[in-house]
Design a protein around this ligand. Sequence first.
Ligand SMILES: Cc1cc2nc3c(=O)[nH]c(=O)nc-3n(C[C@H](O)[C@H](O)[C@H](O)COP(=O)(O)O)c2cc1C
Length: 155
Amino acid sequence: MESKIINEIEIRRAKREISEEQLAYVKANLPDADYWAMKSPLIILVSTSLELDCRLNDKRDYALFDVGLAAENLILQAAREGPIAHPIAGFKPLTIKEYFGIPPEYILITLIVLGYPGDDSFLNEKHRALEHSGRIRKSFEEVVMYNSWIKKEKG
Ligand SMILES: Cc1cc2nc3c(=O)[nH]c(=O)nc-3n(C[C@H](O)[C@H](O)[C@H](O)COP(=O)(O)O)c2cc1C
């Protein structure tokens, strides 16, 4: 199946809607630990303001919930079409916000780094091992509780 996301990126690159200069600026404001993001052709800035959505007085701010859902949909759809999308929290939010003119009341909650699966020889040992290993997830019992918050004892 042809990839819509890849096609879209290529069209936008051709139209110069994706600026190499701005992409390079974002990359320059990532920590060394995000070296793997340097090959990405597209980094998506995910931002929202708490005022854009329902705010309840028991600390429920739905803007972050909603933007998280949108990010997850994007990540899943990217994986379906080909590119891999990694959300990251390691970046300089204030510097990047200022550069892109994101208003102060907006939260730059994550960057989504898009990349194509390919040669992994530039990855460090730890990341290369992670790339090819299975994922360890918490057990169902640890994350789902029935009828009360009290966790069932193991064994
Ligand atoms: C909120 C959040 C922030 C993350 N920040 C970083 C980061 O700064 N640097 C990094 O290398 N990975 C970061 N990750 C992890 C990667 O994006 C990770 O590859 C992704 O969560 C997929 O997990 P998996 O590779 O275990 O399937 C972050 C993940 C989440 C959910």
